[in-house]
Design a protein. Structure first.
Length: 250
């Protein structure tokens, strides 16, 4: 199974260019790039809107996704509105309570969580625990926030996930590796802790200078991640637009 992940679109209103970045053009350029690849699923892992969830922005994003013909799914970020996502992307109403879901078999074990409020709700943690109890093998998990400090001082100190203990307890009790793909930090970073491999995918907006204590934009090159996952082997890498390729899709 081949998955592509994009994250932190931060799309504003028509004609709006936050930080003087044409975020709509970035999104369309990535969609156009993805059309030249064969894959099973595009995961958009949160922060579709620039500041707050807006119906008109979601409508525009869905229109472009539907016109692209690409298979996709969406999870919320902290700049999204769960209810508006449900309404404008035709998602099950039950997602308003938990937003926990997983791909059905025969897809390899792949789970999606909602950390859009800055933490994972207890109902999701319980659903995840029940799901993992039935999986005798590695798991791939998508969530907006990384659940551990990632060595990005500004984000770790000011915008990290809250109330992580119960989630981490459930994850680390699983006797197999769990590969976690996130966004939120606007940076390329990875961390291994116990059975968890956490990977931050860069934003489609701008990237933060992870070496600085205060907020500073590092660069404006956006990227997407490719993931090949068969339930046993997981390979992944990043492709930057208009920069040298960090990983070659094979």
């Amino acid at each position: 199974m081949r998955i592509f992940q994009i994250t932190d679109l931060h799309i504003g209103g028509a004609g709006e260019k936050p930080f003087d970045v044409d975020v709509r053009a970035n999104f369309l350029r990535i969609l156009e790039t993805l059309k030249s690849h064969t894959f099973d699923l595009l995961v958009i892992s949160g922060d579709l809107c620039y500041q707050d969830g807006e119906a008109a922005i979601y409508q525009w994003i869905r229109q472009e996704l539907e016109q692209s013909g690409l298979p996709y799914c969406i999870i919320p970020g902290n700049h999204d509105d769960d209810q508006l996502l449900i309404e404008h992307f035709g998602l099950p109403a039950s997602y308003c309570d938990s937003f926990f879901f997983h791909l059905p078999t025969p897809a390899p074990p792949t789970v999606f969580l909602n950390s859009g409020k800055g933490h994972v709700a207890p109902a999701q943690t319980k659903q995840l625990e029940a799901y993992l109890e039935g999986i005798a093998g590695p798991v791939c998990l998508f969530i907006h926030h990384p659940p551990l400090p990632m060595g990005v001082p500004y984000m770790d100190q000011n915008h990290a996930m809250r109330e992580c203990d119960d989630l981490l307890d459930v994850l680390t009790k699983h006797p197999y590796p769990i590969s976690i793909f996130t966004g939120h930090y606007h940076v390329e970073k990875s961390l291994r802790w116990k059975n968890l491999d956490i990977h931050i995918t860069p934003s489609c907006f701008f990237q933060i200078n992870w070496r600085k204590e205060e907020f500073e934009v590092d660069h404006h090159n956006c990227a997407f991640r490719w993931i090949d996952w068969d339930g046993e082997y997981l390979r992944h890498g990043l492709l930057y637009l208009e920069t040298p390729v960090n990983a070659t899709v094979v």
